[in-house]
Design a protein around this ligand. Structure first.
Ligand code: ADP
Length: 187
């Protein structure tokens, strides 16, 4: 089973993805993690994307599509993929559908974590204080929320039309959100 964890920045996608990896043997494919690894490695790609990410903007579709494509074989080998932070634009969603179709595979479910903006802003303020991630500063976070609303939220009708979209309340405890996601996966 391949799923997309969908939702605004800091909705808890990464936390839930890591749990699903541990509990279900799925493979987490997080473009944010891949991009941060490129930055940490000092690669040319990392140098190219760092300023874009720090200010909260999206990197180009071509870059993230390439990163994801390189990792799809791992998902075939594991218990399915959890796409986390990808796709974020309609072009990425269409590229993903095409790449999966070429492998005889597909997205089975899109799990949307619903968290209101006030809670997101509070979570990120705490994370910025604790971890100091550059793009968690209040100005960058505003840009990230703006990018979500303008470029990513429009994917919801795309997946709804495919009958794949399910909503999960992302405002509860980590455990409550986890059991709501599990209930959707076990349907
Ligand atoms: P969050 O979900 O908390 O916003 P991520 O780690 O998913 O954080 O993403 C951090 C940043 O990495 C984004 O703000 C963006 O600059 C870049 N990024 C990650 N995934 C994508 C993507 N699919 N398309 C474009 N940019 C991306």
């Amino acid at each position: 089973m391949n799923i997309i964890l969908f939702g605004p920045p800091a909705a808890g996608k990464g936390t839930q993805a890591k749990r699903l990896v541990a509990e279900r043997g799925m493979v987490q494919l997080s473009t944010g993690d891949m991009l941060r690894a490129s930055i940490a490695s000092g690669s040319e790609l990392g140098q190219e994307v760092k300023a874009i990410m720090d200010r909260g903007d999206l990197v180009t579709d071509a870059i993230v599509v390439r990163l994801i494509e390189a990792r799809l074989p791992e998902a075939d080998a594991g218990g399915g993929a959890i796409f986390d932070g990808f796709p974020r634009t309609l072009a990425q969603a269409e590229a993903l559908d095409a790449m999966l179709a070429a492998r005889g595979s597909q997205i089975d479910r899109v799990i949307r974590l619903k968290v209101d903006d006030t809670a997101l802003i509070e979570r990120v303020a705490t994370r910025f204080a604790e971890q100091g991630r550059a793009d968690d500063n209040p100005d960058s976070f505003k840009v990230r929320l703006g990018a979500y609303n303008a470029q990513t939220a429009p994917l919801l009708p795309y997946y709804e039309a495919q009958g794949k979209l399910v909503d999960v309340d992302g405002m509860g405890t980590i455990e409550a959100v986890a059991s709501a996601i599990n209930a959707q996966l076990d349907l």
